[in-house]
Structures are given as C-alpha cells and as structure tokens.
Design a protein around this ligand. Sequence first.
Ligand SMILES: [Zn+2]
Ligand SMILES: [Zn+2]
Length: 339
Amino acid sequence: MPIEYELRDGALVWIRNPFTGVISYVVDLRDKSFAFTLGARGFAPPAATHLDEERMARATAGCPFCPGNESKAPSELIRVQPRDVPGWDGDPASPWAMRVFNNLFPRIPAELTGGRNESYVVVEDARHFLPAARLPSDLLFTGALSEAHFIRLMEVNAEVVQRAMGNPTVQSVVVRKNQGPESGASQPHIHQQIIGSPVCLPAVEGELRAAQSDARLWDELITLMQELDLTIDDGSEVVSYASPIGAFPRSYDVVMPRHRALLCELDGAGLRAFACAMHRILRFIGALPLDYEIHQAQDLPLHAHINVRRFPYSNVAGTLNLPQGIFDSVAALRRMNNG
Ligand SMILES: [Zn+2]
Ligand SMILES: [Zn+2]
C-alpha cells in the first residue's frame, strides 16, 4: 500500500504512518501557549553557589556510573580506555572513558533469554558533568560528545549487539537512549541501554510486516521526504530527515536504505556514516530531553528514530499534531558542519 498523505498548495496537511497507522496533522500552533506544559523550564538558572558545588560532589560520589564507584554496578563486560577514544578530553588519569555492564534491572526477565541477562548499560563517558559545569543540572549529554567519540560509542554498541545475538535465545536487539527525566531516564549520568529480546521486538515486527506487504515502502518513504524537502543527509549510503511520522511531534530518522542487516554487520565506513548522521542531529538537539532507538533486523534497512521530548506527548486516539515550525530545523541542520 502506498504511503497516504495530502498536500495543499504544495504543503503537507496530513500523513499516515505506514507502520503504526497514526495520522499526523500539520497545524499552526504559533499562538498556543505552552507555559503550563513546559512549567518552570524557561527560567534562567540562578547563579552558582557553594551549595551547588557540594551537591555536585555528592551527585558524583553517589553515582553508580562514575569512576571509583564501579562496585555499585554489576560486573564489567567492556572497558574502553581513554587512549582508545579519539580526541577524548576528559581527565587523562581516568581509569576508563566508556564502560559496559549488565543492567541491574533487566528490561526482559533473564529466564526468557536462557537464564542470561540480556539488558546492558553502556556508560558513554566517564564524566558526569559538562567540562564547564557550575550547576548540578549541567550534565554531560550525548550531543556534547565529539563526533569521533560518538563513532567509537557506536562501535561499542555493535560489539554489545553481537554479544547479545550470540545467545541462541535472542531474536532481536534494540539500542535505546533516554536523555533527561522527561524521556524516562532514571540515571543522570550519560548512558544508553541495549536490550536483547527472545521475540522480534514489536516495533520492529510491525516495520517488517509493513515492508513485507510493500517491498518498496522504505524507498517510497525516502523519496517522499526528498519531495517534501525534509532530508538532512541524503547520500547513497545514509539518509536522514525530519520525520512527519515520528512517535513525537519533533522526530528525526536516520536510515541506511541498502544495509538490510544488523548494526554489527556494518563495515567501518558504513558504521561511521550512520554514526555521523545521528551525531549531527544529536548535536543540534543538544541538552534537550530526547530518546532514540536503533531498529535492526535481517531484511530491514538499519535505522534510528530520534525523538525530541521538549513538548509532552500529544498522541490523541492515534492522531498527532505537528507544529508547522518543526520543519524549519531542516535548513539549520543542513548548514551545520559535523565536528
Ligand atoms: Zn556519574
Ligand atoms: Zn523503526
């Protein structure tokens, strides 16, 4: 089935997500007030005080993801040394720059995956706070990592995906990031999760089913994004776009149209291209709350969904409103150089 949408005077009015059936309506929300939903977030932070320094010291002292507290987390599976993260500018005396261990709270009970916990935590950086942090809220975030560091992180992700797939009971693996409490992150220290599942993960299963009934679906989707002028990266290997069919009003997709396999099956150049396209968007979003998921399966183009969580979720009975202005970000993203 072709993708359903309607244009008026060349502008998108609505579009139906071919995987979920959710209809997005483009609306003018310029005069709508979000003061209530956004709460106090708009206020300028107060000047730093001695108390803030104490709170920051307490935060790192009690953080299970900070160096020195390794014993508070499950046993280590992968350790990446500072010298093995290109351009890492953290403390050169840090015992590590990235670390992987099992999640203390598995997303899927271990008894369903052969008695092995297949939920992993990847600590993306040893640093809890931004280099120039003055307030307890000045947390390090993924978009602040260098591009080279993010590529290295994606290599570690691929290694963990391969490890999980080595368990014969695991059918499907997702890479998931939550940034900020608004996206459901339970730890302030920069990290992401990787989850192995004994069944094809439902979101991926839906995408596979849709692609099976229309083999050209992803190509049609990419062509439509090009026609709507929503693409950011538009190469033969990787395509990214501001998505009008995301789970949240402001979403981006990064797709490898020709790589219909797992993250750990990408070659070095492919992995770099995928990571760079994601990093460009993450750097643009910055410290705002966000989530992303990397979806992968045999016969499915490898892709990531990135959702900005600035505005609360507003799916009503399978409909979503897209503020007209969200597409303005595309031009700014295209102008942005990676680095
Ligand atoms: Zn920490
Ligand atoms: Zn997907």
